[in-house]
Design a protein around this ligand. Structure first.
Ligand SMILES: Cc1ncc(COP(=O)(O)O)c(C=O)c1O
Length: 445
């Protein structure tokens, strides 16, 4: 390629030029084929090249490409909101449509703060987050995310919102062991609300199943009922960030559905547009909606591209594709097939310390010593090394954001293929991953 004018994410990588894609495969301009083992980053759930989505985009762009949210609603926006709420938990009847995950979480924060203010709770503005989390790259979402090093880049613009421990039983933040721990990570939420002052805390945000920061960490069964109870006790809104883990990725419509617990707001992104258009959403409980309808009568917030008709038309077509092909229903079976294969691989590859996850959101933790769970030194960058080798061999994987809030760098790989993947393709994924792990471990020193 000639000298590029693109300001890339990294100046150390040579990015292949993507040429076309179909099903679970992507080709670059040199004709090299890649199997998408991570759906980009948990985005392309329905796979690439779905004609019905392309046609929906085309037709809507011809009909009307744009409608400003302050002037119009549109058929695709109305239809997408209807479809999104149809499968949502009882009472979660309203949707605010935006263009991605960061916007969805930022919107949820604004909504939480305005909700409390309209109820005369003017001091409630803090958002509690968790260590090992990612909620977006705006300053507010970063303020509630667990990557303290990243936050410090922008100090003092990014606020030091309080963080509580995640339910991470492989490396417990509270130094306990499940089940004797009494779910101390959930109890920490209550302690933090009390030390910050309940009158100052607007919301608690969490990823029900952790995504890029440590893929596939699933809480024990007792966690969500406890968290729900604590939030209710102190009038703290519970925001479930399901941008990555929701919309079927974990085998249910929402990941929280596994525990039968409902959040006050749920944010969606990634798979909502399926990679065909930028989309995000905030699902809102009736009790919040009613406060806005009965008090301020407006939500003081907005984006030029919110509810964009073309993006929403893509979202409707993606949703129909998921429903018509019963893809949500296939995730659990495919996920257990793949998880079993990953466990087999862990028996063979000493650098796999842990295999975790739910549905098709699976994660590997790579370690230097399986028995002691000792991580590789950060300089080795074993996850990135493995990812790069896998890419070279034609397998796309996601390594996550690297260093997390416990300061020690851990190494994770996210395995999260499109829902349409078949057994033969999963076998190929395992075969390429096996080779990449062996090569990465062999060339460490
Ligand atoms: C859990 C979670 N929330 C929010 C975001 C931010 O979404 P976006 O990159 O679409 O702004 C991400 C992105 O990786 C995510 O994984």
């Amino acid at each position: 390629m000639d000298q590029s004018s693109v300001f890339y994410r990294s100046f150390e990588k040579n990015y292949p030029l993507i040429d076309r894609s179909e099903g679970v495969f992507v080709w670059d301009d040199q004709g090299k084929r890649y199997l998408d083992g991570s759906s980009g980053c948990a985005v392309t759930s329905i796979g690439y090249g779905v004609t019905a989505v392309a046609e929906a985009l085309y037709e809507q762009a011809q009909q009307t490409g744009f409608a400003h949210g302050s002037m119009f609603t549109s058929r695709p926006q109305e239809e997408l909101a209807r479809l999104i709420t149809e499968d949502a938990p009882a009472g979660m009847d309203y949707v605010y449509l935006v263009s991605g995950g960061t916007e969805a979480n930022e919107t949820a924060f604004s909504m939480a703060i305005q909700y409390h203010r309209q109820r005369k709770n003017h001091s409630k503005w803090k958002i509690i987050g968790r260590h090992i989390s990612y909620h977006g790259s705006s300053f507010a979402t970063m303020s509630a995310s667990g990557n303290i090093q990243r936050r410090s880049l922008y100090s003092p613009l990014v606020m030091p919102f309080p963080l509580v421990p995640p339910p991470h039983c492989y490396r417990c933040y509270c130094g306990s062991t499940y089940p004797e721990c009494g779910i101390s990570c959930a109890q920490e939420l209550e302690k933090t609300i009390l030390s910050e002052g309940p009158e100052n805390v607007a919301a608690f945000i969490l990823e029900p199943v952790i995504g890029t920061s440590a893929p596939g960490i699933v809480p024990p069964g007792e966690y969500f009922p406890l968290v729900r109870d604590i939030c209710d006790r102190y009038d703290v809104l519970l925001i479930a960030d399901e941008v990555l883990c929701g919309y079927g990725r974990c085998g249910r419509y929402l990941a929280m559905d596994h525990w039968g617990v409902s959040a006050d707001m749920v944010t969606l992104g990634k798979a909502l547009g399926g990679g065909y258009a930028p989309l995000g959403a905030v699902l809102v409980q009736q009790k919040i909606y009613e406060v806005f309808v009965n008090n301020a009568r407006k939500f003081n917030h907005g984006y030029t591209y919110q509810g964009n008709p073309v993006s929403c038309a893509a979202g409707v077509a993606v949703n129909r594709c998921l429903r018509d092909n019963k893809l949500f229903q296939q995730v659990t079976g495919k996920g257990s097939y793949l998880k079993d294969k990953l466990r087999e691989l862990a028996g063979k590859q000493p650098i796999i310390g842990d295999v975790r996850g739910l549905g098709l959101l699976l994660g590997l933790e790579l370690v230097q010593d399986k028995n002691t769970r000792q991580s590789y030194p950060p300089s080795i960058d074993i996850a990135e090394r493995t990812r790069a080798i896998a890419m070279d061999k034609g397998l796309m994987l996601y390594t996550g954001v690297g260093r997390t809030a416990d300061i020690t760098k851990r190494d994770y790989l996210m395995v999260a293929p499109p829902f349409i993947i078949n057994n033969e393709e999963m076998d190929l994924l395992i075969q390429l991953l096996d080779q990449a792990l062996a090569e990465a471990a062999a060339h460490v020193y």
